[in-house]
Design a protein around this ligand. Structure first.
Ligand code: ADP
Ligand code: MG
Length: 676
């Protein structure tokens, strides 16, 4: 027999010994296609099994003991689904009665005299050990048992065996930590580390193994980020710009408000970047309603003054349309030509927009990010603004660059992740932070209420409507067809409110399943005040701006994360009127208390980190970029920060010879370049 030495780990799982077509189907369902996938399918937690002596066992406590089978097992069938097996076990100097349910299939393995481990509870009074499981591989002392996320039909043990088989194949895995760093940090060898994550030989080794794996994940992430920046900076000749500063000042002065200090600083940053010989790659980070869009619009105007076209991309069509309206409005006195390009336009309309764009008859084009994916040709594009940056992420960034778009780029993000994290995660960009909200903004008064207190909310709604204001209502579902979930839904709430207001108040619904045209009409009528109450799902989450709305009521608020609640609440309080937010929930929920406590997105994001501990970083998971197998940006932040430094130096040292000593990184780069 030959050992198979796999230099390339992208080998199909069918090569693993004992893997047949049925297993392959299961593995594919778990998104495991190659041996590498399997090997890097890490446990999400571990059971620490400590074998103890019976005399140490406290009554009723779950323990693991070791002993010898001392009588032939007897099985009784209680009914079809339930059987009970009983036998005697000798452990140390005791003989105890063991019972175990639904393990009759072990009967033949339990030969007299066989040594086994039992997990279960001991009851001293009647000398009975009620076992929950039997282990046949003998554990002495301590065993750390990996626990994997599974799907139906796959057992933990089976998966573990399969992973073990992979290691028997003498696999050789690509290592994404450069050798000099491995030496510097005295990291465990890659294969040994991966092995120890699956089959830890001690808690100490497990810790070292995980540290290494986390470092590697973060290093690759930071490599991608920094590489994009490097590529951007290389051959980074900015556009030549002559800007008439008087015209710019005139425009800023013509705005109906004075810019806040933070806005002024951000505008300065953008101005300097645009004039500078380097291309701009800047992120404006600020809470909902802090005035980022306004800053971006000024950026677009600067770009226009220097003779270039601009583009603004939004994550949804509703938002794109809204930007289109407000931006057209802001630019109407200075004569800028603003165009809109979104998916729902007729083909002929699209063609017309594209034609104008190519001929230079449109100064600013607004659309969804399809703008970049589609074959849209600009005459002389100078600045791209992408709104709600967290919905785009590395992939989109890379996409922009891959399309050979050499213009300046400005990103806007309302994801209020704590600043230190943001600066690291968006480390490839320059950053302007807008901390303060425009003057005259009042805190939104926020209350968590039970559903039985809905009367108070209705009362408040009537008051607001009488004052001529509009109200948002949010529910988790459009329609609860099966009526199973006990959740409020948009359609039922409409009936409820129609009844409550005796059909005297115009209440309408808005949700993702409606046609675009319908949505637009509803939004339009809500904006101009014909519709008083708008009930919707979270489609209004991002950016919708109706200044006259002063109240938001969120049903089943416990269903939403802090990030979403905060984004939703940001729809009200958009001018100097006092606004209100009611969070309706029958559960006592810590998140709702945080919402009552504060309006500050950065504070809320800190709390979100605290409450959740691990996991999804304030909604960034949806971008797909920040899913780490083992790393946790919060818990392992120091490692992440170190990786940023290390990756940056690594790139600086190796980009000139195209990573010739590191072919594995050439593959990472190739992947980045093929992203679409
Ligand atoms: P963001 O994009 O950060 O959510 P916007 O730029 O849309 O914020 O601004 C929110 C609202 O505040 C808009 O209606 C905008 O016209 C208004 N606004 C922006 N800057 C100021 C300011 N300095 N003073 C008063 N209102 C402002
Ligand atoms: Mg420049």
């Amino acid at each position: 027999m030959y050992d198979i030495i796999l230099m390339v780990i992208d080998m199909d799982i069918s090569l693993i010994r004992g893997v047949g077509s049925k297993s392959i189907d299961y593995l594919k369902k778990m998104n495991l296609y190659t041996i590498n996938d399997v090997i890097e399918y890490y446990p999400y937690r571990y059971n620490i099994i400590r074998v103890i002596h019976l005399i140490e066992a406290r009554d009723g406590e779950v323990v693991t003991i070791k002993g010898v089978v001392d009588s032939e097992p007897r099985v009784s069938y209680i009914n079809k689904a339930l059987n009970r097996m009983a036998f005697k076990l000798r452990t140390d100097n005791f003989i105890i009665n063991v019972t175990i349910f639904n393990r009759a299939f072990y009967k033949n393995s339990l030969k007299l005299g066989r040594v086994i481990n039992l997990i279960g509870k001991y009851e001293r009074k009647n000398n009975t050990f009620t076992a929950s499981d039997i282990k046949f591989e003998i554990i002495n002392g301590v065993k750390i048992e990996p626990v994997y996320h599974l799907i139906n039909g796959v057992k933990n043990k089976g998966l573990s065996n399969l992973i073990s088989e992979c290691f028997n194949m003498h696999v050789d895995i690509d290592d994404y930590i450069p050798r000099y760093l491995i030496e510097q940090y005295e990291f465990m060898d890659k294969l040994k580390a991966v092995y120890n994550i699956h089959f830890p030989t001690s808690t100490d080794n497990l810790k070292k193994a995980k540290l290494r794996a986390i470092y590697e994940e973060f290093f690759v992430f930071m490599f991608k980020m920094n590489y994009l920046k490097y590529k951007y900076d290389l051959d980074n000749k900015g556009l030549t710009r002559n800007i008439d500063k008087n015209k710019l000042n005139e425009f800023v002065e013509s705005l109906p408000f004075k810019l806040t200090d933070d806005q002024l600083t951000a505008v300065d940053d953008i101005y300097n970047d645009l004039v500078d010989a380097k291309r701009m790659n800047r992120l404006v980070l600020g809470d909902v309603g802090s005035g980022k869009t306004c800053v971006a619009v000024i950026g677009l105007y600067i770009n226009y003054l220097s003779g270039y076209q601009g583009a603004m991309m939004a994550p949804t069509e509703i938002l794109a349309r809204q930007h289109y309206e407000s931006i057209s409005n802001m630019f109407k006195d200075v004569g800028l030509r603003v165009g809109l390009l979104v998916g729902s336009l007729k083909k002929s309309e699209k063609n017309k927009v594209c034609e104008k764009l190519e001929n230079g008859e449109i100064d600013i084009l607004i659309g969804t990010h399809a703008l970049i994916s589609e074959n849209v040709k600009f005459n002389n594009l100078g600045l791209v603004v992408t709104d709600e940056q967290h919905r785009f992420g590395v992939n989109q960034r890379s996409n922009l660059q891959n399309k050979g778009i050499m213009s300046d780029v400005l990103y806007l993000s309302a994801t209020p992740i704590p600043r230190t994290y943001a600066l690291t995660i968006y480390g490839d960009m320059d950053t302007s932070v807008i901390k303060t909200k425009p003057n005259g903004r009042k805190e939104i008064i926020t209350k968590a209420l039970k559903e039985k207190d809905l009367k108070n909310v209705l009362f408040k709604m009537v008051e607001e409507i009488k004052s001529g204001h509009q109200i948002y209502v949010v529910a988790p579902l459009i329609e609860d067809e099966e009526g199973e979930s006990n959740l409020n839904d948009v359609k039922k709430l409409k009936e409820k409110f129609d009844t409550a207001f005796n059909n005297k108040v115009r209440v309408e619904i808005l949700h993702g399943k409606m046609k675009n045209q319908e949505k637009d009409e509803i939004m339009e009528q809500f904006k101009n005040g014909d519709i008083k109450v708008l009930i919707s799902t979270t489609v209004i989450e991002v950016g919708v701006d109706v200044k006259n709305s002063t109240m938001m009521v969120i049903f089943n608020a416990e269903r939403f994360g802090l990030a979403t609640l905060h984004q939703l609440r940001g729809r009200v309080g958009r001018n100097s009127l006092q606004s209100y937010c009611y969070l309706i929930s029958n559960q006592d929920c810590e998140r709702l208390k945080v919402m009552e406590e504060s309006n500050d997105g950065f504070y809320i994001s800190e709390k979100d980190f605290e409450l959740r501990g691990e996991g999804d970083l304030f909604g960034t998971r949806q971008s797909g970029d920040m899913v780490f197998k083992l790393g946790d940006i919060r818990r392992d932040f120091k490692i992440l920060a170190q990786c940023k430094t290390d990756a940056s130096k690594f790139i600086a040292d190796n980009i000139v010879n195209n990573f010739s000593n590191y072919p594995q990184f050439r593959n990472v780069i190739k992947e980045l370049e093929f992203i679409d």
